[in-house]
Ligand binder design. Sequence first.
Ligand code: ZN
Ligand code: ZN
Length: 132
Amino acid sequence: MTDITKGHCLCGQTQIQFSGDPAWVVHCHCESCRRNCSAPYTTFVGVSRNQAEMKGWYLRAYKSSEGVKRWFCRHCGSPVAYDAKADSEHIHFYLSALQNPQQFTPTAHVYIEEQLSWVHLGDDLPKHLKLP
Ligand SMILES: [Zn+2]
Ligand SMILES: [Zn+2]
């Protein structure tokens, strides 16, 4: 049996889950993610759509740009997923929404060209100007 990884929003009413290993785990420094999370950058787990699930009465999506939806909990406001039509195979959950965010370790930084100047990265991970 495959392990199921679970997560939830701040209030717990919106749940996410997936099975199997993530396709990738990355930090994103783009401005949209920054505003969506009100944080200097955020971290995603990209997982297979057909192994992923989101549920809850308060689950809603905001269309942040053409073909991109940001799923969130309407009750507490927490973002839970980034959903780009262009990537028909994967959906991206916010790593920090997982029950145990330490379960997966990021392997790269993306959109480093939009990184805030006072963010100093102390890791040796690959840094991509946009996407690899
Ligand atoms: Zn919530
Ligand atoms: Zn981003």
